[in-house]
Design a protein around this ligand. Structure first.
Ligand code: PXG
Length: 462
Protein backbone atom coordinates (compact mmCIF):
# COMPACT_ATOMS: atom_id res chain seq x y z
CA UNK A 1 0.00 0.00 0.00
CA UNK A 2 1.19 3.50 -0.73
CA UNK A 3 2.26 5.38 2.37
CA UNK A 4 2.05 9.12 2.95
CA UNK A 5 -0.62 9.78 0.36
CA UNK A 6 -3.06 12.45 1.49
CA UNK A 7 -6.71 11.62 2.00
CA UNK A 8 -7.64 13.96 -0.85
CA UNK A 9 -5.13 12.39 -3.27
CA UNK A 10 -6.49 8.93 -2.50
CA UNK A 11 -9.98 10.18 -3.32
CA UNK A 12 -8.82 11.78 -6.57
CA UNK A 13 -7.17 8.55 -7.63
CA UNK A 14 -10.30 6.59 -6.68
CA UNK A 15 -12.39 9.02 -8.72
CA UNK A 16 -10.17 8.59 -11.77
CA UNK A 17 -9.90 4.81 -11.87
CA UNK A 18 -12.51 3.07 -9.77
CA UNK A 19 -16.02 2.27 -10.97
CA UNK A 20 -18.01 1.59 -7.80
CA UNK A 21 -20.92 -0.85 -7.52
CA UNK A 22 -24.44 0.67 -7.43
CA UNK A 23 -23.13 4.24 -7.64
CA UNK A 24 -24.24 7.35 -9.50
CA UNK A 25 -20.75 8.52 -10.42
CA UNK A 26 -22.00 11.78 -11.87
CA UNK A 27 -23.37 12.72 -8.47
CA UNK A 28 -20.48 11.40 -6.39
CA UNK A 29 -18.21 14.30 -5.43
CA UNK A 30 -14.51 13.50 -5.10
CA UNK A 31 -14.33 14.46 -1.44
CA UNK A 32 -17.67 12.91 -0.58
CA UNK A 33 -16.24 9.39 -0.69
CA UNK A 34 -14.99 7.79 2.52
CA UNK A 35 -11.67 5.96 2.48
CA UNK A 36 -11.86 3.28 5.16
CA UNK A 37 -8.46 2.21 6.41
CA UNK A 38 -8.99 0.21 9.55
CA UNK A 39 -11.70 -1.63 11.47
CA UNK A 40 -11.97 -3.29 14.85
CA UNK A 41 -15.06 -4.79 16.48
CA UNK A 42 -17.95 -2.54 15.43
CA UNK A 43 -15.72 0.44 14.69
CA UNK A 44 -14.37 1.84 11.41
CA UNK A 45 -11.73 4.51 10.81
CA UNK A 46 -11.27 6.61 7.68
CA UNK A 47 -8.48 8.75 6.21
CA UNK A 48 -10.08 11.94 7.51
CA UNK A 49 -9.62 10.79 11.09
CA UNK A 50 -13.28 9.87 11.69
CA UNK A 51 -14.31 6.93 13.79
CA UNK A 52 -17.70 5.45 12.85
CA UNK A 53 -19.92 2.75 14.27
CA UNK A 54 -20.45 0.14 11.56
CA UNK A 55 -24.20 -0.31 11.90
CA UNK A 56 -24.29 -2.42 8.72
CA UNK A 57 -21.58 -4.99 9.60
CA UNK A 58 -19.84 -4.01 6.36
CA UNK A 59 -22.53 -5.06 3.92
CA UNK A 60 -24.63 -7.26 6.22
CA UNK A 61 -21.74 -9.69 6.55
CA UNK A 62 -19.22 -9.05 9.33
CA UNK A 63 -21.18 -11.11 11.87
CA UNK A 64 -18.29 -11.74 14.29
CA UNK A 65 -17.07 -8.14 14.07
CA UNK A 66 -13.97 -6.68 12.46
CA UNK A 67 -10.32 -7.38 13.18
CA UNK A 68 -10.45 -10.98 14.47
CA UNK A 69 -6.78 -11.97 14.40
CA UNK A 70 -7.76 -15.60 14.87
CA UNK A 71 -9.30 -15.66 11.39
CA UNK A 72 -6.32 -13.80 9.94
CA UNK A 73 -3.96 -16.37 11.48
CA UNK A 74 -5.99 -19.35 10.24
CA UNK A 75 -5.99 -17.95 6.71
CA UNK A 76 -2.25 -17.21 6.90
CA UNK A 77 -1.50 -20.75 8.10
CA UNK A 78 -3.70 -22.27 5.36
CA UNK A 79 -2.11 -20.12 2.68
CA UNK A 80 1.39 -21.12 3.63
CA UNK A 81 0.38 -24.81 3.60
CA UNK A 82 -1.85 -24.89 0.49
CA UNK A 83 -2.86 -21.47 -0.83
CA UNK A 84 -4.83 -22.84 -3.76
CA UNK A 85 -5.99 -26.01 -5.28
CA UNK A 86 -9.21 -26.76 -7.13
CA UNK A 87 -12.00 -29.18 -6.32
CA UNK A 88 -12.57 -30.34 -9.92
CA UNK A 89 -11.34 -33.56 -11.54
CA UNK A 90 -11.54 -35.95 -8.60
CA UNK A 91 -9.56 -33.72 -6.20
CA UNK A 92 -10.36 -32.27 -2.81
CA UNK A 93 -8.47 -30.91 0.21
CA UNK A 94 -8.75 -31.00 4.02
CA UNK A 95 -10.28 -27.53 4.64
CA UNK A 96 -13.12 -28.06 2.15
CA UNK A 97 -13.78 -31.55 3.56
CA UNK A 98 -13.94 -30.18 7.10
CA UNK A 99 -16.09 -27.16 6.23
CA UNK A 100 -18.60 -29.30 4.31
CA UNK A 101 -19.02 -31.57 7.29
CA UNK A 102 -19.42 -28.60 9.69
CA UNK A 103 -22.06 -27.04 7.41
CA UNK A 104 -23.91 -30.35 7.08
CA UNK A 105 -24.11 -30.46 10.88
CA UNK A 106 -25.50 -26.93 11.08
CA UNK A 107 -28.01 -27.40 8.26
CA UNK A 108 -31.46 -28.99 8.77
CA UNK A 109 -31.50 -32.82 8.98
CA UNK A 110 -32.48 -33.36 5.35
CA UNK A 111 -29.50 -31.29 4.09
CA UNK A 112 -26.03 -32.84 4.05
CA UNK A 113 -24.24 -31.62 0.92
CA UNK A 114 -22.61 -28.33 -0.05
CA UNK A 115 -21.67 -26.93 -3.46
CA UNK A 116 -19.38 -23.90 -3.27
CA UNK A 117 -19.31 -20.56 -5.04
CA UNK A 118 -17.46 -17.28 -4.68
CA UNK A 119 -20.46 -15.18 -3.63
CA UNK A 120 -24.19 -15.19 -3.00
CA UNK A 121 -24.88 -14.21 -6.61
CA UNK A 122 -22.82 -17.09 -7.96
CA UNK A 123 -24.55 -19.43 -5.54
CA UNK A 124 -27.95 -18.37 -6.87
CA UNK A 125 -26.72 -18.85 -10.43
CA UNK A 126 -25.75 -22.36 -9.39
CA UNK A 127 -29.19 -22.89 -7.88
CA UNK A 128 -31.06 -21.79 -10.98
CA UNK A 129 -29.17 -24.30 -13.12
CA UNK A 130 -29.37 -26.93 -10.41
CA UNK A 131 -33.16 -26.88 -9.94
CA UNK A 132 -33.79 -27.04 -13.68
CA UNK A 133 -31.25 -29.83 -14.05
CA UNK A 134 -32.84 -31.70 -11.14
CA UNK A 135 -36.29 -31.67 -12.75
CA UNK A 136 -34.87 -32.60 -16.16
CA UNK A 137 -33.13 -35.59 -14.55
CA UNK A 138 -36.45 -36.50 -12.96
CA UNK A 139 -38.00 -36.65 -16.44
CA UNK A 140 -39.82 -33.34 -16.06
CA UNK A 141 -37.82 -30.87 -18.18
CA UNK A 142 -40.83 -28.54 -18.48
CA UNK A 143 -40.51 -27.67 -14.79
CA UNK A 144 -38.32 -24.61 -15.36
CA UNK A 145 -40.10 -21.57 -13.93
CA UNK A 146 -38.77 -20.15 -10.70
CA UNK A 147 -41.21 -18.04 -8.72
CA UNK A 148 -39.69 -15.19 -6.75
CA UNK A 149 -41.01 -11.96 -5.29
CA UNK A 150 -41.00 -8.31 -6.21
CA UNK A 151 -38.39 -6.32 -4.27
CA UNK A 152 -36.44 -9.49 -3.44
CA UNK A 153 -32.65 -9.35 -3.67
CA UNK A 154 -30.82 -12.44 -4.90
CA UNK A 155 -27.67 -10.93 -6.39
CA UNK A 156 -26.26 -9.02 -9.29
CA UNK A 157 -25.31 -11.63 -11.90
CA UNK A 158 -27.73 -12.48 -14.72
CA UNK A 159 -29.51 -15.17 -12.74
CA UNK A 160 -29.17 -13.35 -9.40
CA UNK A 161 -30.63 -10.09 -10.70
CA UNK A 162 -33.35 -11.95 -12.62
CA UNK A 163 -34.36 -13.95 -9.57
CA UNK A 164 -34.32 -10.69 -7.63
CA UNK A 165 -37.32 -8.44 -8.00
CA UNK A 166 -35.68 -5.05 -8.26
CA UNK A 167 -37.22 -2.99 -11.08
CA UNK A 168 -34.21 -0.70 -11.64
CA UNK A 169 -31.93 -3.74 -12.00
CA UNK A 170 -34.27 -5.36 -14.51
CA UNK A 171 -34.27 -2.17 -16.56
CA UNK A 172 -30.59 -2.66 -17.42
CA UNK A 173 -29.17 -5.48 -19.53
CA UNK A 174 -32.39 -7.06 -20.73
CA UNK A 175 -33.56 -8.73 -17.53
CA UNK A 176 -35.13 -10.79 -16.20
CA UNK A 177 -34.04 -13.81 -18.20
CA UNK A 178 -36.97 -16.06 -19.26
CA UNK A 179 -38.98 -18.28 -16.94
CA UNK A 180 -38.67 -16.23 -13.77
CA UNK A 181 -41.97 -15.03 -12.31
CA UNK A 182 -42.33 -12.40 -9.56
CA UNK A 183 -45.26 -12.30 -7.16
CA UNK A 184 -46.13 -9.58 -4.63
CA UNK A 185 -44.12 -9.25 -1.44
CA UNK A 186 -45.49 -9.40 2.13
CA UNK A 187 -44.58 -5.77 2.88
CA UNK A 188 -47.16 -4.60 5.40
CA UNK A 189 -45.94 -1.05 6.08
CA UNK A 190 -45.17 -0.25 2.45
CA UNK A 191 -48.04 -1.97 0.65
CA UNK A 192 -50.37 -3.89 2.93
CA UNK A 193 -51.60 -1.10 5.19
CA UNK A 194 -53.19 0.73 2.28
CA UNK A 195 -55.27 -2.23 1.08
CA UNK A 196 -57.91 -2.15 3.80
CA UNK A 197 -56.92 -5.67 4.90
CA UNK A 198 -55.72 -6.36 8.42
CA UNK A 199 -52.05 -7.32 8.77
CA UNK A 200 -52.97 -10.99 9.21
CA UNK A 201 -55.29 -10.96 6.21
CA UNK A 202 -52.64 -9.28 4.11
CA UNK A 203 -50.08 -11.93 5.13
CA UNK A 204 -52.46 -14.68 3.99
CA UNK A 205 -53.25 -12.84 0.77
CA UNK A 206 -49.55 -12.38 -0.07
CA UNK A 207 -48.84 -16.06 0.71
CA UNK A 208 -51.72 -17.20 -1.49
CA UNK A 209 -50.21 -15.21 -4.37
CA UNK A 210 -47.79 -18.14 -4.56
CA UNK A 211 -50.64 -20.62 -4.96
CA UNK A 212 -52.33 -18.41 -7.56
CA UNK A 213 -49.07 -18.11 -9.53
CA UNK A 214 -48.55 -21.89 -9.48
CA UNK A 215 -52.13 -22.31 -10.70
CA UNK A 216 -51.67 -19.81 -13.55
CA UNK A 217 -48.26 -21.06 -14.67
CA UNK A 218 -49.19 -24.72 -14.14
CA UNK A 219 -47.54 -26.82 -11.45
CA UNK A 220 -46.03 -28.98 -14.20
CA UNK A 221 -44.02 -25.92 -15.31
CA UNK A 222 -42.82 -24.66 -11.92
CA UNK A 223 -39.40 -25.73 -10.65
CA UNK A 224 -39.10 -23.78 -7.43
CA UNK A 225 -40.02 -20.88 -5.17
CA UNK A 226 -37.09 -18.75 -3.95
CA UNK A 227 -37.35 -16.34 -1.02
CA UNK A 228 -35.39 -14.64 1.71
CA UNK A 229 -37.07 -15.52 5.05
CA UNK A 230 -36.85 -11.78 5.77
CA UNK A 231 -36.04 -9.57 2.78
CA UNK A 232 -32.79 -7.75 3.58
CA UNK A 233 -31.77 -5.33 0.82
CA UNK A 234 -35.48 -4.79 0.08
CA UNK A 235 -35.72 -3.04 3.46
CA UNK A 236 -35.68 -5.63 6.28
CA UNK A 237 -39.21 -6.65 5.43
CA UNK A 238 -40.59 -8.79 8.22
CA UNK A 239 -43.66 -10.62 6.88
CA UNK A 240 -46.94 -10.65 8.84
CA UNK A 241 -47.03 -13.66 11.17
CA UNK A 242 -49.59 -15.42 8.95
CA UNK A 243 -47.33 -15.38 5.88
CA UNK A 244 -44.77 -18.17 6.33
CA UNK A 245 -47.15 -20.73 7.88
CA UNK A 246 -49.46 -20.32 4.88
CA UNK A 247 -46.57 -20.52 2.38
CA UNK A 248 -45.44 -23.65 4.19
CA UNK A 249 -48.88 -25.21 3.79
CA UNK A 250 -48.87 -24.37 0.07
CA UNK A 251 -45.38 -25.83 -0.43
CA UNK A 252 -46.42 -29.06 1.32
CA UNK A 253 -49.24 -29.52 -1.19
CA UNK A 254 -47.29 -28.57 -4.30
CA UNK A 255 -44.56 -30.55 -6.01
CA UNK A 256 -42.05 -27.71 -6.29
CA UNK A 257 -38.71 -27.04 -4.58
CA UNK A 258 -38.24 -24.38 -1.94
CA UNK A 259 -35.05 -22.31 -1.96
CA UNK A 260 -34.32 -20.30 1.16
CA UNK A 261 -31.89 -17.50 0.36
CA UNK A 262 -29.97 -17.24 3.62
CA UNK A 263 -27.28 -14.85 2.42
CA UNK A 264 -28.33 -12.20 4.97
CA UNK A 265 -30.58 -14.22 7.30
CA UNK A 266 -28.02 -17.01 7.79
CA UNK A 267 -25.37 -17.43 10.47
CA UNK A 268 -27.12 -15.77 13.37
CA UNK A 269 -28.73 -12.60 12.07
CA UNK A 270 -32.22 -13.68 13.24
CA UNK A 271 -31.01 -15.31 16.47
CA UNK A 272 -31.09 -18.76 14.84
CA UNK A 273 -28.48 -20.34 12.60
CA UNK A 274 -30.74 -19.77 9.60
CA UNK A 275 -33.77 -17.61 8.85
CA UNK A 276 -35.61 -20.74 7.72
CA UNK A 277 -35.02 -22.14 11.22
CA UNK A 278 -36.50 -18.97 12.70
CA UNK A 279 -39.73 -19.58 10.75
CA UNK A 280 -39.55 -23.39 10.93
CA UNK A 281 -39.39 -23.77 7.14
CA UNK A 282 -38.17 -26.87 5.29
CA UNK A 283 -35.99 -25.75 2.39
CA UNK A 284 -34.65 -28.08 -0.30
CA UNK A 285 -31.84 -25.68 -1.09
CA UNK A 286 -30.25 -22.85 0.85
CA UNK A 287 -28.11 -20.01 -0.50
CA UNK A 288 -25.28 -19.03 1.83
CA UNK A 289 -22.56 -16.34 1.69
CA UNK A 290 -21.75 -13.20 3.75
CA UNK A 291 -21.87 -14.44 7.39
CA UNK A 292 -20.33 -17.76 6.30
CA UNK A 293 -16.91 -16.09 6.47
CA UNK A 294 -18.08 -12.85 8.12
CA UNK A 295 -16.72 -11.26 4.95
CA UNK A 296 -13.09 -11.94 5.85
CA UNK A 297 -12.76 -13.67 2.47
CA UNK A 298 -15.34 -14.00 -0.30
CA UNK A 299 -17.29 -17.23 -0.28
CA UNK A 300 -20.77 -18.45 -1.15
CA UNK A 301 -22.38 -21.83 -1.39
CA UNK A 302 -25.49 -23.91 -1.86
CA UNK A 303 -26.75 -26.32 0.77
CA UNK A 304 -28.38 -29.24 -1.05
CA UNK A 305 -31.04 -31.66 0.27
CA UNK A 306 -30.47 -35.43 0.27
CA UNK A 307 -33.28 -35.86 -2.23
CA UNK A 308 -31.61 -33.57 -4.78
CA UNK A 309 -28.13 -34.90 -4.01
CA UNK A 310 -29.33 -38.47 -4.64
CA UNK A 311 -30.50 -37.55 -8.12
CA UNK A 312 -27.13 -35.91 -8.85
CA UNK A 313 -25.29 -38.91 -7.47
CA UNK A 314 -26.72 -41.33 -10.04
CA UNK A 315 -24.17 -42.94 -12.28
CA UNK A 316 -23.88 -41.25 -15.65
CA UNK A 317 -25.06 -37.87 -14.34
CA UNK A 318 -22.70 -34.90 -14.37
CA UNK A 319 -23.72 -31.37 -13.41
CA UNK A 320 -21.61 -29.30 -15.81
CA UNK A 321 -21.03 -26.47 -13.39
CA UNK A 322 -18.35 -25.08 -11.06
CA UNK A 323 -16.02 -22.17 -10.46
CA UNK A 324 -12.22 -21.97 -10.31
CA UNK A 325 -12.51 -20.86 -6.70
CA UNK A 326 -15.25 -23.28 -5.57
CA UNK A 327 -14.15 -24.37 -2.10
CA UNK A 328 -11.00 -22.21 -2.09
CA UNK A 329 -8.81 -23.46 0.79
CA UNK A 330 -8.12 -20.03 2.29
CA UNK A 331 -11.84 -19.14 2.22
CA UNK A 332 -12.64 -22.49 3.85
CA UNK A 333 -10.12 -21.72 6.60
CA UNK A 334 -11.75 -18.30 7.15
CA UNK A 335 -15.22 -19.90 7.25
CA UNK A 336 -14.16 -22.66 9.66
CA UNK A 337 -12.60 -20.22 12.10
CA UNK A 338 -15.52 -17.81 11.78
CA UNK A 339 -18.03 -20.58 12.53
CA UNK A 340 -15.88 -21.77 15.44
CA UNK A 341 -15.98 -18.22 16.90
CA UNK A 342 -19.77 -18.03 16.49
CA UNK A 343 -20.11 -21.34 18.37
CA UNK A 344 -17.49 -20.70 21.05
CA UNK A 345 -18.86 -17.25 21.91
CA UNK A 346 -22.47 -18.45 21.72
CA UNK A 347 -23.29 -15.56 19.38
CA UNK A 348 -26.51 -17.10 18.09
CA UNK A 349 -28.03 -17.59 21.55
CA UNK A 350 -26.68 -14.17 22.51
CA UNK A 351 -28.68 -12.58 19.67
CA UNK A 352 -31.79 -14.62 20.48
CA UNK A 353 -31.82 -14.22 24.27
CA UNK A 354 -29.76 -11.21 25.21
CA UNK A 355 -28.41 -8.55 22.85
CA UNK A 356 -31.24 -9.00 20.35
CA UNK A 357 -34.07 -8.29 22.84
CA UNK A 358 -31.93 -5.53 24.43
CA UNK A 359 -31.50 -3.78 21.08
CA UNK A 360 -35.08 -4.44 19.90
CA UNK A 361 -36.55 -2.70 22.96
CA UNK A 362 -34.43 0.42 22.46
CA UNK A 363 -34.98 0.44 18.70
CA UNK A 364 -38.76 0.17 19.14
CA UNK A 365 -38.63 3.20 21.45
CA UNK A 366 -37.56 5.33 18.45
CA UNK A 367 -41.17 5.02 17.24
CA UNK A 368 -42.02 8.00 19.45
CA UNK A 369 -39.99 10.24 17.12
CA UNK A 370 -42.19 12.32 14.78
CA UNK A 371 -40.19 11.16 11.74
CA UNK A 372 -40.65 7.45 12.48
CA UNK A 373 -43.76 5.59 11.33
CA UNK A 374 -42.52 2.13 12.32
CA UNK A 375 -39.44 0.74 14.04
CA UNK A 376 -39.04 -3.01 13.55
CA UNK A 377 -36.26 -5.44 14.40
CA UNK A 378 -35.86 -9.22 14.40
CA UNK A 379 -32.70 -10.71 15.89
CA UNK A 380 -30.13 -8.06 15.06
CA UNK A 381 -31.49 -6.44 11.94
CA UNK A 382 -34.06 -3.75 11.70
CA UNK A 383 -35.55 -0.78 9.92
CA UNK A 384 -36.99 2.63 10.67
CA UNK A 385 -39.77 3.66 8.29
CA UNK A 386 -39.71 7.44 7.88
CA UNK A 387 -42.99 9.33 7.44
CA UNK A 388 -43.74 13.02 6.81
CA UNK A 389 -46.59 13.39 9.29
CA UNK A 390 -46.60 11.87 12.74
CA UNK A 391 -50.38 12.00 12.88
CA UNK A 392 -51.03 10.28 9.58
CA UNK A 393 -49.46 6.86 9.58
CA UNK A 394 -50.40 6.14 5.97
CA UNK A 395 -48.97 9.36 4.57
CA UNK A 396 -45.69 8.93 2.64
CA UNK A 397 -43.07 11.37 1.31
CA UNK A 398 -43.76 12.67 -2.21
CA UNK A 399 -40.30 12.18 -3.68
CA UNK A 400 -39.56 8.65 -2.52
CA UNK A 401 -35.98 8.25 -1.36
CA UNK A 402 -35.11 11.88 -0.56
CA UNK A 403 -35.86 11.72 3.14
CA UNK A 404 -34.01 8.41 3.37
CA UNK A 405 -30.85 9.87 1.83
CA UNK A 406 -31.01 13.06 3.92
CA UNK A 407 -31.32 11.02 7.10
CA UNK A 408 -28.61 8.56 6.06
CA UNK A 409 -26.22 11.44 5.38
CA UNK A 410 -26.90 12.93 8.82
CA UNK A 411 -26.22 9.51 10.28
CA UNK A 412 -22.83 9.32 8.58
CA UNK A 413 -21.99 12.84 9.78
CA UNK A 414 -22.90 11.71 13.29
CA UNK A 415 -20.56 8.73 13.04
CA UNK A 416 -23.07 5.94 12.47
CA UNK A 417 -23.23 3.88 9.29
CA UNK A 418 -26.84 3.09 8.44
CA UNK A 419 -28.17 2.20 5.00
CA UNK A 420 -31.09 3.96 3.31
CA UNK A 421 -33.68 1.91 1.42
CA UNK A 422 -36.30 4.19 -0.12
CA UNK A 423 -37.46 6.23 2.92
CA UNK A 424 -36.35 3.75 5.51
CA UNK A 425 -33.12 3.32 7.42
CA UNK A 426 -31.57 -0.07 7.92
CA UNK A 427 -29.41 -1.39 10.73
CA UNK A 428 -27.60 -4.74 10.79
CA UNK A 429 -24.59 -4.53 13.13
CA UNK A 430 -22.03 -7.21 14.01
CA UNK A 431 -23.55 -9.87 16.29
CA UNK A 432 -20.75 -9.16 18.76
CA UNK A 433 -22.03 -5.62 19.49
CA UNK A 434 -22.04 -4.82 23.22
CA UNK A 435 -24.78 -3.20 25.31
CA UNK A 436 -22.79 0.06 25.56
CA UNK A 437 -22.36 0.09 21.79
CA UNK A 438 -26.10 -0.50 21.32
CA UNK A 439 -26.80 2.44 23.66
CA UNK A 440 -24.39 4.60 21.67
CA UNK A 441 -25.93 3.47 18.39
CA UNK A 442 -29.49 4.21 19.47
CA UNK A 443 -28.52 7.60 20.93
CA UNK A 444 -26.79 8.49 17.65
CA UNK A 445 -29.81 7.28 15.66
CA UNK A 446 -32.05 9.54 17.77
CA UNK A 447 -29.80 12.56 17.26
CA UNK A 448 -29.74 11.71 13.54
CA UNK A 449 -33.56 11.65 13.44
CA UNK A 450 -33.67 15.06 15.18
CA UNK A 451 -31.16 16.54 12.72
CA UNK A 452 -32.94 15.03 9.72
CA UNK A 453 -36.41 16.09 10.91
CA UNK A 454 -35.22 19.70 11.17
CA UNK A 455 -33.58 19.50 7.75
CA UNK A 456 -36.62 17.86 6.12
CA UNK A 457 -38.95 20.53 7.48
CA UNK A 458 -36.56 23.32 6.46
CA UNK A 459 -36.60 21.92 2.93
CA UNK A 460 -40.41 21.69 3.16
CA UNK A 461 -40.42 17.98 2.35
CA UNK A 462 -42.80 17.41 5.25
N1 PXG B 1 -28.96 -13.03 -1.80
C1 PXG B 1 -29.23 -12.13 -0.84
C2 PXG B 1 -30.42 -12.33 0.05
C3 PXG B 1 -28.39 -11.02 -0.67
O1 PXG B 1 -28.68 -10.11 0.28
C4 PXG B 1 -27.04 -11.84 -2.49
C5 PXG B 1 -27.90 -12.91 -2.61
C6 PXG B 1 -25.87 -11.76 -3.41
O2 PXG B 1 -24.68 -11.96 -2.71
P1 PXG B 1 -23.30 -11.36 -3.27
O3 PXG B 1 -22.29 -12.01 -2.39
O4 PXG B 1 -23.17 -11.80 -4.67
O5 PXG B 1 -23.37 -9.86 -3.17
C7 PXG B 1 -27.27 -10.87 -1.50
C8 PXG B 1 -26.34 -9.70 -1.38
C9 PXG B 1 -27.35 -3.77 -0.10
C10 PXG B 1 -26.62 -4.94 -0.64
O6 PXG B 1 -27.03 -2.64 -0.52
C11 PXG B 1 -27.06 -6.22 -0.38
C12 PXG B 1 -26.37 -7.31 -0.93
C13 PXG B 1 -25.24 -7.09 -1.70
C14 PXG B 1 -24.81 -5.79 -1.95
C15 PXG B 1 -25.50 -4.71 -1.44
O7 PXG B 1 -28.25 -3.92 0.72
N2 PXG B 1 -26.85 -8.56 -0.70
Amino acid sequence: MRANVSSHDLKVSDHKHHLHPFTDHGALEIDERRVITRADGVWLWDTDGNRMLDGMAGLWCVNVGHGRQEIVEAVRAQMSELSYYNTFFKTTHPPVIELSSVLADLAPDNINMVMYAGSGSEANDTILRLVRTYWALQGQPAKKVVISRKNAYHGSTLAGASLGGMGPMHSQGGLPIPDIHHIDQPYWFGEGMMTGMSEDEFGLWAARELDRAIETIGEENVAAFIAEPIQGAGGVIVPPSTYWPEVKRILERRDILFISDEVICGFGRTGEWFGSGYYDLKPDLMTIAKGLTSGYLPMGGVLVSDEIAEVLHRKGVEFFHGYTYSGHPACCAAALTNLAIIKREGLIARVRDHIGPYFQKRWKALEDHPLVGEARMIGLFGALELVPDENKLMKRFDNVGNAGIITRDHSLRNGLVMRAVRDSLIISPPLSITEEEVDHLVATARKTLDDAWEDIRRQRLA
